[in-house]
Design a protein around this ligand. Sequence first.
Ligand code: GDP
Length: 527
Amino acid sequence: MKYHEEIMHRRTFAIISHPDAGKTTLTEKFLLFGGAIQVAGAVKSNKIKKSATSDFMEIERQRGISVATSVMSFEYQDILINLLDTPGHKDFAEDTFRTLTAVDSVILVVDSVNGVEEQTRRLMEVCRMRDTPVIVFINKMDRDGKNRFDLLEEIEKELSISLHPMTWPINSGKDFKGVYNLYDKNIRLFTANTKADEEDTLAISDIDDPILDTRLGSPDAALLREDVELVDGVNGELNVADYLAARVSPVFFGSAINNFGVKEMLDTFIRIAPPPQSRDTSTRKVDVEEEKLSGFIFKIHANLDPKHRDRIAFFRVCSGKFERNKYFHHVRLDKDVRFSNPYSFMARDKSIIQDAYAGDVVGLFDTGNFKIGDTLTEGEDFYFTGIPSFSPEIFKEVINKDPMKTKQLEKGLLQLTDEGVAQLFTQFGGTKKIVGCVGELQFEVIQYRLLHEYGASVEFRALPFYKACWLTSKDSKKLEDFGKFKQVNTGEDKDGNMVYLAQSEWFLNTEMTNNPDIEFHFSSEIH
Ligand code: GDP
């Protein structure tokens, strides 16, 4: 229990949303409350906006922003909050999914006008897979959104979660008057652009208090009373254990841009969100209170300066104490490594740190030693499990346009795939290199970076595959035969695992039926 206090002092989470729902705006308000920034507008969106002709410099610039804002640490009410940023663009969904393995809880932002959107669905699937506790923030209540009851029903149904309202809106759009806090039983009246420190609560003795009629007008007061009776009757008090077990999600209404309803949520978050949790590994569960260090790399980011080939590996501490200049065991390489300049992400500055504890994210300078999923320990051999590598959806053959730069190309491809930008497959019976990505935009990023960081010029040729499946079998002869007969459609990933590239769902189903001794996996877990 040596580090008990340090652990209980921390909360590590991510804000997730479909692009444009208000994630950046909400993040900024959190940082204002935490005193990490002083003025609004200081947090830049890391959205990749794709114009008609892709602007590579823009991608580069935005990558810079996303390094700077990848982790934001700040203190609020004596709790150290580590907020992990996730790119909203769907082409970078893999990055987001992996970041979700490094957090203990999540805040999901939903746009009250658009309701549940594509990315909301995909992100929540990952949260459900991992039983991550989720708080929901329904944003943009100052706009004419969907009916509050319909919206809750839509979220519950579409995301298969159970919601528990913590605040309740009084109208929306032009008539939005504020929220009733079902927990503290008071009202916050809506004023645009509430300052972070401003308290604009209306204390009421109970929901029947006549002051409601004076301040809201009788029809709105009556409607609120009706709503509250209904909601309270159904829900009662939030069961925190249910929230922690991801069985129920507290929900708040507000307007991030107006900093309205945000403090209620942050205060509740501080009160109920889980501290760093124990985690599963390939051999055993690592208790968060263990004194020996353990943790894993969940993200790798190339250095922005192309002259420096070093990268930044993001390391989530899962137990024990990380110390500067101390030797730790790199499990995959079976080698001891130490770090002279590990840094933390307090406020918006990167600063060298001396130590870090469970829940913290440390930035490690890396010259090519790390891959996503790598584990550091104090000697024990295990890997943290559940770090997904998703099945790519678009496949292209790499055409080397400059044979003099073959070596650079190979190195570049390996390093970029270590970063998790894409997956690389080599076709059996040939040397055809195939890159698989989740989104089109990533091919442009790869092409650009290969040229600018490695001097290798490539083109991509589209291939007619639609899915990659990782193959395993108890009968190795069956696998070998499958590979021989299906040369064009089989290959290996860069770790030597056998992969089947299917042209269509029909082919895939046929192969699955014809080969009952072979198992087809749709996402390879990195560990
Ligand atoms: P992200 O893509 O999820 O990070 O979304 P942003 O935070 O960048 O917000 C997208 C747009 O919605 C921006 O133009 C914001 O100014 C706007 N926005 C954010 N919160 C609110 C809100 O509460 N009300 C209204 N009307 N607009 C908002």
